[in-house]
Design a protein around this ligand. Structure first.
Ligand SMILES: Nc1ncnc2c1ncn2[C@@H]1O[C@H](COP(=O)(O)OP(=O)(O)OP(=O)(O)O)[C@@H](O)[C@H]1O
Length: 440
């Protein structure tokens, strides 16, 4: 039963309101002054405070500060609606003008209590999730993932640059988001940029902005994405794709906290934290001259390497449950469970596309499942690989075979989706393995 405290110096109004609320089943306490109300709040935990705005010993709005976890409804006379608006600005849940209609008051009380209850449930859920998954939305009980979570907890509150490494779909962007959310910059923007998705010729100006006329003598001055991250975090995905010119501008940001727009003579100060990700072998790139060594060492201050899913099979079951729940919510399906045989098939699969591939397979299965149970056929996984042979070569064979078997009747987008990797990753693997898509 909800407890309500009424703070009103006029006894007639206070009593009438008390009776109205009691009649509706609320438990009511009364106070005729702020001092008396504050005493009561120390003794009892109320679900709602209804307070007159003007009281003999001060303004009723002070109750907002006095009981920060309880919503406060302010009552006021017609003449002071303006001050009631001020009260809202100070954190009152709502205000109601006197004399009020009974139904209006009861509706208002019910609405505030309902909203407050939802907020409390929400906060509880968040803290439960926080306990289950200490790093925002990251599932993983394997030793490797637990170690990563511990590192993230330590590194997030600092301003250190973090280089996040791992195969496609292992959760690099998720880690970047978790670091930002757990940092003191959480309220400022997190600007995520996939360097590989920006055409080479535009990379510098997209990232660092440009001055009017920098290219052709025309055009407007434009702020870059790095500047937009001022005060917050800049996440550069696929940092290995930065051009040499963009690399040197980025180095300046890291060394001096300064950005120079393309075509500008001066620099601007920025305060940003850099997080970077790559699945490329930056060491080899440095050796071969494709990546600046000084920038490499600046990025490498703290390194987090996400293991491939096949290297932490003990996480598959928990991840599958988590992703199944997520897919059911997204697709507005009731509860669906995983048949043990489906879980077995997942445990045996090679997962070249890692968690993203698992997520796609589960979403597909939720759509295809007829009843409330997911069977192996709904997952449409290719035959299991030999569990003892998890070397890269077998994955590459699997990739090669899958692409050769399906490229004639699938688009690149479809191929990438079935493999659980991005289109860009597919293109990169094709290039690396010397198997470009046949023309026509
Ligand atoms: N540990 C995890 N727990 C829950 N979900 C995860 C986990 N790791 C990855 N995911 C999910 O898998 C999907 C792919 O993750 P993400 O985009 O972070 O991978 P990535 O390594 O950045 O991929 P790419 O290299 O292709 O950009 C996302 O939907 C993400 O939420």
């Amino acid at each position: 039963m909800n407890r309500i405290l009424i703070v009103e110096d006029e006894a007639v109004i206070r009593r009438a309101l008390g009776r109205l609320l009691e009649h509706e089943g609320y438990r009511v306490a009364e106070a005729d002054s702020l001092a008396r109300a504050q005493e009561q709040c120390q003794q009892t935990c109320f679900d709602l405070v209804i307070s007159d705005l003007r009281l003999p010993d001060g303004e009723g709005i002070i109750m907002v500060d006095h009981c920060p976890d309880t919503p406060v409804l302010i009552m006021t006379s017609y003449a002071s609606v303006r001050s009631a608006v001020e009260a809202m600005k100070h954190g009152a849940a709502d205000y109601i003008a006197k004399p009020f209609d009974h139904d209006e008051m009861l509706l208002c009380v019910a609405r505030i209590l309902k909203q407050h209850q939802l907020e409390r449930e929400n906060a509880q859920l968040h803290s439960q999730i926080g306990q289950a998954y200490p790093v925002e939305g990251m599932v993983g009980e394997s030793q490797a993932m637990q170690q990563i979570c511990k590192t993230l907890e330590k590194v997030a509150p600092t301003d250190t640059t973090v280089l996040i490494r791992g195969e496609s779909g292992t959760g690099k962007e998720l880690v970047a988001r978790a670091i930002h959310k757990k940092s003191h910059r959480a309220k400022a923007p997190l600007i995520s940029v996939n360097c590989a998705a920006i055409p080479e010729g535009l990379l510098e100006s997209e990232l660092f902005g440009h001055e009017k006329g920098a290219f052709t003598g025309a055009g407007q001055t434009r702020q870059g994405l790095a500047e937009a991250a001022d005060g917050g975090t800049l996440f550069l995905d696929e940092i290995g794709e930065l051009t040499p010119a963009a690399q040197s501008r980025l180095l300046r940001v890291l060394q001096d906290g300064e950005i120079r727009r393309v075509g500008a003579t001066g620099s601007r100060k920025v305060d940003l934290r850099l997080l970077a990700a790559t699945h490329r072998d930056l060491e080899t790139m440095v050796r071969e001259g494709g990546f600046r060594e000084d920038l490499y060492y600046r990025l490498k201050v703290m390194e987090v390497t996400l293991p491939a899913l096949r290297e932490r099979r003990e996480d598959i079951s928990r991840l599958a449950e988590f992703l199944l729940d997520k897919a059911c919510r997204r697709l507005k399906r009731g509860t669906i469970r995983l048949d043990p045989s489906a879980l077995e098939a997942m445990q045996a699969h090679a997962w070249p596309g890692n968690v993203r591939e698992l997520e796609n397979a589960i979403e597909r299965a939720v759509i295809l499942a007829d009843g409330d149970c997911i069977k192996p056929e709904h997952l449409a996984l290719t035959p299991p690989v030999d569990k003892t042979d998890t070397a890269n070569s077998s994955l590459e064979d699997y990739f090669r075979q899958f692409v050769l078997d399906n490229q004639a009747h699938m688009t690149e987008t479809e191929l990438a989706r079935r493999l659980g990797i991005s289109r860009k990753a597919l293109w990169e693997r094709r290039t690396r393995m010397g198997m470009p898509r046949p023309k026509g």
